[in-house]
Design a protein around this ligand. Sequence first.
Ligand code: PXL
Length: 285
Amino acid sequence: MAKAAVINDLSGFGRCSLGVAIPILSVCGIQSCAVPTAVLTNQTGFPDYSCIDLTEYLDNYIKMWNLCQANFDGIYSGYIAHPKQADFIGSFIDNFKKKDTLVLVDPVMGDNGEIYKGYSDIMCDKMRSLTMKADVITPNLTELCLLSGGSYSDICSLSSEKKKDEIKKLAQKLTDRKNGLTVIVTGIDDGNSICNMAFTKNSEYAAVSERLGKSFSGTGDIFASVTFSMLLGGKDLETAINTAAEFIERSIKDTLALDPDPDHNYGVEFEKNLGFLIDKNRTKI
Ligand code: PXL
């Protein structure tokens, strides 16, 4: 069974971070070894939340896991609660990445053109460096701009085709910076649809789904978790992003079926769709 270290926070409400990563990896047949960066009552989009930052505790994971000679087929990181956590994740990767270890860094920093509460410029700089240690990164458009120096508002004002051209140029800046890097730009608003675009040095794929209301908490984390699991299970990049996009579309439809005007902070009804991922992992292609 494949085994992955998953470095992310645990938020009680919000259906994000470890709260979605662990069940998704599990149904895809991957053992997830959790490294919680912080424990929150609610994700930070809620008007009120409380957070315990676990930065001081994190080095124990490298120490203890070296003692038990841990090894991982994959390493997947997301939200950080302190700039030092990006340094920790870098050290964790240096320590545990072997030739065939798949490293996915989800550069969680912001959404809709805004940086998340609690994220500083230093954290964004550190996240930029961390992405250079990854094989795959999954920024949304806001995060792509933060990583590559693009202007979110300028890009959003472009027509669909020009917007995609610009996104491709920015993604290429990143694939030029690191050999072998795959950049997957998630949740691009494209009129009536949502587009996810994957770029490697020599190839590109798009996974398109129906646009259903405004953005929900945790969908970026779900996208990264499904994509990571599929790639680790040996699926190709195109299949991985199509599966992630379809899983999210189904989960949003279920959310809106229960309540047409839901509080987006609570995330999406992904639980009842986990069986879809089990089926996808049974098929050979
Ligand atoms: O879904 C990204 C995310 C993860 N973890 C926490 C967050 C957010 C987004 O707001 O607040 C704690």
